[in-house]
Design a binder for this molecule. Structure first.
Ligand SMILES: O=C(O)CCC(=O)C(=O)O
Length: 219
């Protein structure tokens, strides 16, 4: 068996295993109309706070481009990772979270252990051709008892769920437009990333690529 076939075989076996406690994958939670409305809301945010490829602390830039909405926006440059109350280099706040974002979070957390999750920061990643995100932990927030809620829009992607250490084995989960994904305790600090985005699979008219809306309690 080739390495690639062995990996595909492993991923297929993993797909039938239960997810770690605290990880909730809610496929198809949002219908096509709601997805289109979310995508419009993202376009409006991007009009006020354009997508950019953030710089890494070391060399290089992220392959996904980002913008933010809410009281605080996640940012990265030579000073490192952090949340910023205004768009970097300006005194302009990030665009406020539109009501449809709060509604998405409400629906995503309904029936989970975190029904009252109140997000103050939405990081929006855009994955164009070839973009991905390496394994990392989300640790720039103050309260790790709060979950991370991610909504996928556009192209499907392979999401990686690793362990508590970067070198731990990871499993892959296919996420599609309209899915919600929650990472809460005891899995809040697991390494995770995006291995591949499947270009051309977006069901949303006018969206070529993938948005992930990552709601967090940052402050
Ligand atoms: O795009 C995704 O689904 C994951 C995004 C992510 O891990 C992050 O922004 O930290």
């Amino acid at each position: 068996m080739t390495d690639r076939a062995a990996q595909a075989d492993l991923f297929e076996k993993q797909a039938s295993q239960p997810l770690p406690e605290g990880i909730w994958h809610r496929p198809g939670l949002f219908d096509p109309l709601f997805q289109a409305d979310l995508a419009h809301a993202v376009a409006e945010i991007a009009r006020q706070a354009p997508f950019t490829h953030p710089r890494m602390k070391g060399k290089g830039v992220f392959s996904a481009s980002i913008t933010n909405s809410g009281a605080a926006g996640w940012w990265s440059d030579e000073r490192g990772y952090r949340y910023e109350p205004t768009q970097p280099g300006t005194t302009t706040p990030w665009p406020a979270m539109p009501p449809i974002f709060s509604e998405a979070v409400r629906r995503a957390t309904d029936g989970t252990p975190w029904p009252r999750f109140a997000s103050d920061a939405c990081l929006i990643n855009f994955y164009g051709p070839g973009a991905k995100m390496g394994l990392h932990q989300d640790k720039d927030e103050r309260d790790f008892s709060q979950p991370i809620v991610t909504v996928s829009l556009g192209d499907a992607a392979d999401f990686l769920i690793g362990g508590a250490k970067r070198a731990d084995p990871s499993r892959v989960l296919r996420v599609e437009s309209g899915d919600a994904m929650l990472m809460g305790p005891p899995s809040r600090m697991l390494f995770h990333g995006v291995r591949k985005v499947f270009a051309g699979t977006s069901p949303i008219a006018g969206l070529a690529g993938r948005y992930s809306l990552t709601f967090r309690k940052a402050l």
